[in-house]
Design a protein around this ligand. Structure first.
Ligand code: SAM
Ligand code: SF4
Length: 434
């Protein structure tokens, strides 16, 4: 029986894809190993969103060569976005035996069998239909608490900086019957939380069912589970979605709403389909319907031609919204994107770094302020397991997706407990059992 080892980089979507790959290979008799040393097949599920992600993976491919020399016959394969972006050029390095894009995973068993005979294999065709809807993923979450459910693939937006529409192809929504079935399977297996995943969940549509309808259907089908979803796009998140959230207590009070920039000039150039004002209107609506809803965001510092004034607009938007958390990046030009073709990457690296540091410093303060507002409150927390620092403490997230830590030797992963918040750091709420 052949053993397969997979490393996963990038977003939650890639984690969900790796779970599908394990399932597809498991059907063909492959078993999963967490040790590269005993693997017959080494796969790496890759991310192309920023250059530094790709560089890290190139470093890993070099390390796999040592293993390849020590265990001749080991197949090394590249999956995911880098496979779709770099195609044959990956095989030409002679360092990999197989290249499979995000829509080609059903062909993996055949590709692996052929690669094992010494013939390099590639399939990077994108599909208009593939959703892997019929595949029951092999869950990677070690605690058996939280599961990802992919509800759609690809993206139809053309944000000018982003490579995803090229590597993952056109948007397609998964049959809701299979989504509900998967959610029910998670509940039956003892999972306590599911996250519905897509690049733009608000544009989900299957027949007459939109995302608000899907969210309601899933939440009502598995009332004992917590429901999360990601990612929402500011122009598409509808009142109906917000009303569905507000009317169901098992849908978590957290929205990840990437803003990318606080400057209208930058948003236009990024081809985001909203203005600063429209973004703020969505935030106001969210808070009017759900005053306890946490908001997180993504932002890019130093996009093409960004001025100090544009940058200050981003800082002021952060201040105005008071995000609870943020993923913050420097702009990284991606070959083939609209921005790479049309706009010079003209903000000097030192300026990008300085602006990013300013955004991070501001967000650190906002996160601390947000956490301080929670001191004195009580939250229902889903236990993930022991805290990293102290075996006599447990950690878990509240509905707002904030990490909580408290002394506890009674409960275990998967329990829901009420925690009184007594103190906080910028990253964590500290409490005791209520
Ligand atoms: N679909 C989601 C959305 O529209 O917000 C997220 C997609 S992307 C995988 C995650 C984040 O990476 C984006 O929100 C953006 O902030 C960042 N990102 C994408 N392309 C980038 C680039 N070329 N340089 C730096 N950051 C980038
Ligand atoms: Fe990329 Fe924009 Fe699609 Fe998100 S919505 S994946 S940023 S193109």
């Amino acid at each position: 029986m052949k053993k397969v080892y997979i490393e996963t980089y990038g977003c939650q979507m890639n984690v969900a894809d790796t779970e599908v790959v394990f399932s597809l290979l498991g059907r063909e008799g492959y078993t999963r190993t967490e040790s590269m040393d005993e693997a017959d097949v080494i796969l790496v599920n890759t991310c192309s969103v920023r250059d530094n992600a790709e560089q890290r993976i190139r470093g890993r491919i070099e390390q796999f060569q040592i293993h390849r020399r020590q265990r001749p016959g080991t197949v090394v394969g590249i999956l995911g976005c880098m496979a779709g972006r770099l195609k044959d050029s990956l095989l030409e390095t002679g360092k990999v035996d197989l290249v499979a894009g995000p829509d080609a995973y059903r062909s993996l068993p055949a590709l692996l069998a052929a690669a094992a005979t010494g013939q390099p294999q590639i399939n990077v065709l994108l599909s208009r239909e593939e959703t892997y809807g019929d595949i029951a993923p092999v869950r990677l979450d070690k605690n058996g608490v939280s599961a990802f459910i992919s509800i759609m693939r690809g993206c139809n937006n053309v944000c000018s900086y982003c490579v995803v529409p090229y590597t993952r192809g056109a948007e397609r929504s998964r049959d809701f019957h299979s989504i509900v079935r998967e959610a029910c399977d998670c509940a039956a297996q003892g999972y306590r939380e599911i996250t519905l995943l897509g690049q733009n969940v608000d544009s989900y549509r299957y027949g007459d069912l939109d995302f608000a309808g899907l969210l309601a259907l899933v939440a009502d089908s598995v009332p004992a589970l917590r429901i999360r979803f990601s990612t929402s796009n500011p122009q598409d998140i509808s009142d109906a979605v917000l009303e569905t959230m507000a009317s169901r207590s098992n849908i978590c009070r957290h929205i990840h709403l990437p803003v990318q920039s606080g400057s209208d000039r930058m948003l236009d150039k990024m081809r985001r389909r909203y203005t600063r004002e429209q973004y703020l209107e969505r935030v106001a609506k969210i808070r009017a319907l759900m005053p306890d809803c946490a908001l997180s965001t993504d932002v890019i510092a130093g996009f093409c031609s960004e001025t100090e004034e544009d940058h200050r607009d981003t800082l002021s938007l952060f201040e105005q919204v008071g995000f609870d958390a943020a993923f913050m990046f420097q702009y990284s030009e991606r070959p083939g994107t609209l921005a790479a073709k049309k706009y010079p990457d003209d903000v000097p690296p030192a300026v990008k770094t300085r602006r990013l540091e300013e955004v991070i410093a501001l967000q650190n303060r906002l996160s601390l302020e947000s956490n301080r507002r929670d001191v004195g409150k009580t939250f229902r927390v889903l236990v993930e397991g022991p805290s990293k620092r102290n075996g006599a403490e447990l950690c878990g997230r509240n509905s707002q997706n904030k990490m909580c830590v408290w002394p506890d030797t009674q409960h275990r992963a998967g329990d829901f407990v009420d925690v009184d918040i007594l103190d906080c750091t910028q990253a964590t709420l500290l409490g005791r059992l209520a």
